[in-house]
Design a binder for this molecule. Sequence first.
Ligand SMILES: C[S@@+](CC[C@H](N)C(=O)[O-])C[C@H]1O[C@@H](n2cnc3c(N)ncnc32)[C@H](O)[C@@H]1O
Length: 224
Amino acid sequence: MLLQFLKNKIKSFRSESYWSRASSSELAPQEFYLRQENVLRSRVFPLISEHSRILDIGCGSGRFGLVFAEKGAYVYGIDIAKNLIHEARLVTKSRGLKATFEVGSIDSIRHLEGEAWDVILLLGVCSTLVDSKSVAMVYENVNRLLRKGGLLLVRESLSLGTKDESYENKGYLAVYRAKDEYIDSIMGAGFQLIDLIDMATDSDKATNPFFSTKTNLFMVFKKQ
Ligand SMILES: C[S@@+](CC[C@H](N)C(=O)[O-])C[C@H]1O[C@@H](n2cnc3c(N)ncnc32)[C@H](O)[C@@H]1O
């Protein structure tokens, strides 16, 4: 058990150092990100008010938080990667938008409690957290941050099998968690699944071997 704990610590450290040197948080083709922006506008915007309070955890260069800022929402993003936060601030300024981006870890979000967030974004973040116990804690912590009825938006690549799959390439580490168990664990933290969108098109599934064993889902949960 101690050995596993130490292994997870080392892996977490390596993953964080990968991101702290990263010059971009966008690893997939652009059309994948555009598709997500469309999902936010068409499936999430109808559920929230213009002046919602949005917390984007693991915001990267701020792309999705800024979709809400364009709508007039209050947006606060955190990420462990200094470079990406710097980029998010530059983009916000150059587009004449208002949003706050700060360097911070998903492990220390308690200071954001008591602010009654309407929407929390966890987009592509939890698969970069190698320790599943800390992921379970994230959902409990996020539940405390959201107001009752608030929305949790999660996008993840998940395994279609029954076991988690680990992946590593040039310092990038990811865990593709088993889909059903993963969704159950979020619901177990006090959320109801109200929408689920498959982000891979038929063409992605036919041509990209990644999708023969995995899926990429955009999920909308509501705090009960
Ligand atoms: C795949 S990127 C996703 C970025 C953005 N949410 C998006 O959907 O484009 C994962 C992000 O999680 C951030 N991240 C990884 N570990 C983190 C941690 N412990 N605390 C906060 N952010 C973290 C990384 O720096 C990176 O920006």
